[in-house]
Write a protein that binds this ligand. Structure first.
Ligand code: ADP
Length: 497
């Protein structure tokens, strides 16, 4: 074999990352670039799609140069992205028509309310497996189309392309040749029919989205196209695309019902594999596609929590209470509790299990003795409590209670958070050495699709566990305080008019 590497591109909410994996599945090198967050109005969040692509492109160049890899030594590219974030662009100029609207953005909450009042929620949930919410792409695309019609009335709609971040990156990677998405990303748009795996005409009509601007939906693991030689120096097959959470699920080896993982990034996403049949939740979890090959589609149940690591970013960039995310661990360990403070992380409303677009963030229980450390600790404890709510929902939906949680993502580095999480749940957490499970999953998928690897179970089995966090002495306090935290959540719900 002359090919030595798989290149994984992980285009996340807070930044873009290119990672090279070798044949043993080890990380050879990686480059990361943070992505600018644009907040044009309260509750709105945009990304500059040009910055996403330029950042991706420069991460690729740098990881190749730094590690002295020839592009021809790369067997395949795996792509995994923040989901639901979407944009429109002009296929002739290659320019976006507006900034991308990010999954956390709440600007279309009123449109969702209107659809609910019109009695559309049930059909949408039935067809897509999703709860009607501004989180998903459909209402965001409808908003973008409206905006273009009003502000760029001369737009030639034959030239317009729509897509999520994977579609945008794939189109650019292939030198503007391939306009496609994979089924795991498509299942998050609220436009795909979960039973057919295709865009649903009645939903496209409901949201007034012309079918011709939508990408083709393909299986997650197959060759989507090849990279543009002029840009990358070689025609490398792009052989897997996954939504970020589905990629992490794949990396953790959660390929059978009963296996689940939780990723701690900007938000927290607890995803449970449900096998080859669509399973519906009675507790407001989402039914979604896990991944697919040409011959088989796997499904999952998911609890999507919008604001977890994002509240730590906000402590850093908004409140300036900390200078970097890692500092939160020592600050939390300096105090024995939050001194009565509870934080509700509804900075973008609340996702699972509440689905309240009108909730907003709150600190409750502040008294004169409260210090910075208590505030910070309340933010970290709130992350764990949100995950507990979703684990409780999963337990209600299933006959077998969760007995172990596999974790990954940037915030899973935080030992305080992981221990508090184990205490709050009363079950152990298993943290792998490679916390970038998202990138790892996309690499595994691409490598398997092109025959660079042939044994998925071996790849999963070779992953090393860094640490297991057992529930400990903090259990009773963590579980008692959960009730007060839940009371705080009630206060912050249905806040904005
Ligand atoms: P995403 O893919 O959503 O961009 P990542 O998995 O890259 O997210 O993780 C980034 C998030 O993790 C950020 O929100 C950041 O605040 C948080 N984070 C990173 N390091 C730590 C840490 N040591 N403790 C707590 N949170 C952290």
């Amino acid at each position: 074999m002359t090919d030595k590497y798989i290149l994984s591109l992980d285009l996340g909410t807070t930044g873009n990352r290119a990672i090279l994996f070798d044949h043993q599945g080890n990380v050879v090198g990686q480059v990361y670039q943070e992505l600018t967050q644009h907040y044009p109005q309260p509750g709105w969040l945009e990304h500059d799609a040009v910055e996403i692509w330029q950042g991706t492109s420069s991460c690729i160049q740098q990881v190749i140069t730094d590690n002295q890899v020839a592009p021809t030594e790369i067997a395949a590219i795996g792509l995994t992205v923040q989901r639901e974030t979407c944009l429109l662009w002009d296929k002739v100029t290659g320019e976006p028509l507006h900034k991308a609207i990010v999954w956390q953005d709440r600007r279309t909450a009123n449109l969702c309310d209107r659809l609910r009042a019109e009695g559309k929620a049930e059909t949408i949930e039935q067809k897509t497996g999703l709860v009607l919410d501004a989180y998903f792409s459909a209402t965001k695309l409808a908003w973008l189309i409206d905006w273009v019609k009003q502000n760029l009335p001369d737009t030639d709609w034959e030239r317009v392309m729509a897509g999520t971040v994977d579609t945008w990156a794939l189109w650019n990677l292939t030198g503007k040749q391939v306009h496609a998405t994979d089924v795991s990303n498509a299942s998050r748009t609220m436009l795909m029919n979960l039973d057919t795996g295709d865009w649903d005409d009645s939903l496209l009509e409901l949201f007034k989205i012309p079918r011709q601007i939508m990408p083709e939906i393909k299986p997650s693991m197959e060759v989507f196209g090849t990279s543009d030689r002029a840009q990358l120096g070689a025609e490398i097959p792009i052989a897997a695309i996954f939504g970020d959470q589905q990629a992490a699920l794949f990396a953790h080896g959660c390929d059978r019902p009963g296996l689940l993982k939780c990723t701690y990034g900007t938000g927290c996403f607890l995803v449970a594999q449900t096998g080859i049949e669509v399973t519906r939740s009675n507790n407001r979890l989402l039914s979604t596609v896990a991944w697919s090959t040409k011959s088989q589609t796997n499904y999952a149940l998911e609890g999507a929590i919008f604001t977890t690591g994002a509240s730590i970013q906000w402590l850093r960039d908004g409140l300036k209470l900390i200078t970097d995310a890692a500092e939160t661990e020592s600050l939390c360990n300096k105090v024995k509790d939050t001194n009565g403070v509870y934080f509700v992380p509804a900075l973008s409303g609340l996702g699972a299990p509440h689905w309240d677009m009108k909730a907003r963030g709150a600190f409750l229980g502040i008294t004169g003795g409260v210090q910075r450390e208590h505030m910070v600790r309340s933010v970290l404890e709130a992350i764990a409590y949100q995950v507990k709510e979703v684990v409780d929902a999963v337990n209600k939906d299933s006959d077998n209670p969760v007995s172990l949680l596999k974790v990954d993502g940037g915030a899973a580095k935080n030992n305080f958070l992981m221990q508090f999480q184990a205490d709050a749940l009363g079950v152990p957490l298993e943290r792998p050495v490679v916390l970038d499970a998202t990138a790892q999953g996309a690499a595994f998928g691409a490598g398997l699709a092109v025959g660079f690897w042939d044994d998925y179970q071996k790849l999963v089995g070779d992953r090393q566990v860094d640490r297991v966090f057992e529930p400990g002495a903090g259990q009773s306090q963590a579980q008692e305080n959960f009730a007060m935290w839940s009371k705080a959540v009630t206060r912050a719900k249905d806040w904005i008019e």
